[in-house]
Design a protein around this ligand. Sequence first.
Ligand code: PEP
Ligand code: MN
Length: 327
Amino acid sequence: MNAKWNGQFSCFDRVARKKTDECAKTIVRAGQVEIGGDEFVVMAGPCAVESERQLLQTAEAVAAAGARILRGGAYKPRSSPYAFQGLGLEGLKILRKAREETGLAIVTEVMSEEDVEQVAEYADLMQVGTRSMENYALLERLGGCGRPVLLKRGMTATLEEFMQSAQVIAMASPGDPQIVLCERGIRTFETATRNTLDIAAVPVLKMVSHLPVIVDPSHAAGVRALVPALARAASVVGADGLIVEVHPSPDEAMSDGAQSLTFGGFREMMDDLGPYLAIRYGKRRSRLRLVNQRGVDPSFVDPRVVDSKIVDAKISDPLIVVAGGAD
Ligand code: PEP
Ligand code: MN
């Protein structure tokens, strides 16, 4: 670890990288999906579960485009008490149905320690939102819940405070910490975007911690036109994946419609990520999965064949190259 950060982060010993173990990395398992390994894992879905039809349609669309995990809030932390608060248990049941129908793993937010047990029955990955990063009662309960945790960075939290919250979960966890860190943008003086994506946070966290790091370009941007560019940036600075908002009809969404991608927009974003991921994972000759543009042919190919295609890959290439892939 860089000497500058050694003293600052090494005290968070359950989540910090040790000086003697520079290559160590934790792989987090959410259902059948491994985060932090040789796959760039994309989680996608609506901000909130609104209805069975909305979620199932979205699940099918994002799965076909290469997403591995379905997101959707059943309990929604909203700044305004008048905004839609989520469907609660009914939303969790709809998420379970989507998993049964598509095989996607489920990530959903838990807001209160009292809900941990219930949400853990339905979720493969327990999301802690930006507003809850310092809810220590919740973090401690999550450490023992038997499910991995997606910890979002507090919107005004330093990286040291972020690592501290991860350490709180890890100290309450019986085994190796199963925590994914998520950079989702922080508050700065800038108002053109909803938050400021702290892109440097990704390589810093990768250096100081052995935990996987993903990026949420949707809440960082606040507008859908910026989401693909921020997603590409995340892929080249070394993020292990993304969490992205997608809605069948964003203009009618009950929350965060302005930053949600349409199905077509999501497919395009995934297409455009292909060459960047090919360069990154192709070099390591990791197994790659090719999905054609309609997303119907997730056949595996010999990595050498993929490598030769990478050489010719262009931004507009009608191939999504997903590193790794399911068996
Ligand atoms: C969300 O993922 O919909 C969400 C509320 O995110 P954040 O906690 O980062 O604002
Ligand atoms: Mn949202």
